[in-house]
Design a protein around this ligand. Sequence first.
Ligand SMILES: [Zn+2]
Ligand SMILES: [Zn+2]
Ligand SMILES: [Zn+2]
Length: 228
Amino acid sequence: MKKVQQQTPPWLKPLLEATFFDECQAHGNAKNNQCKYYCLQCIGNPFCACCLDDHQKHPTIQIRRSSLSNGVKTRDIGEYINLCAIQTYVANGKDIVFLNARPYTGRPCGVINTCAICHRSLPTADFKFCCLSCKRDAIYRGFPEETFTVEPKLNTCELNDNFQVNQLLAPERQQKIRKLDILVSKSTVMATSIAKEIPVNVSPTTPPMFNHMNSRKRKGIPRRAPLT
Ligand SMILES: [Zn+2]
Ligand SMILES: [Zn+2]
Ligand SMILES: [Zn+2]
């Protein structure tokens, strides 16, 4: 439990429980007075665009409304929290994640992939949770693979470039790079296992069928003589 608290940012719970898009009390007459900003340093109430000046050097995020639910651009929040395994959606051309689970009715037919916590159907099989709060709940329930800890900013291309350059550098530097390399391959493994993961309440999967036809390598495929 202690580990869970350590890796959960202090602003997450207040953010998930906050009410957005109310009118700002301080800027009732202003045009942009909807409280749709949140300061991850002050961890207070949401505020409007006019209040942004008070948080100039603070990490702030803007909440977006999509399908009547609150989301945040992955680009905005991704540097403060690990969004791995959370379903992303496109809103106004930008990737967002939803803050909280959205209500839904029933489980549509033929849906295989659902949120591991609230069982809402997910459009793609690459994700386990429909929103930030479902991932938070998973971490609290002890899902071993999930984390909110942000890994160092790396992408494979950058790493490969660096690796080539750094091969000529001091051994300790090389070691560092190698560590990063391991990190990246670890996250790849994680992503793969995520894709294979099944929701918790579903009975264990049957082992994959062993294909005897393919496993036996025949020397030659009997061919029929062409019909005359
Ligand atoms: Zn304001
Ligand atoms: Zn602030
Ligand atoms: Zn969910």
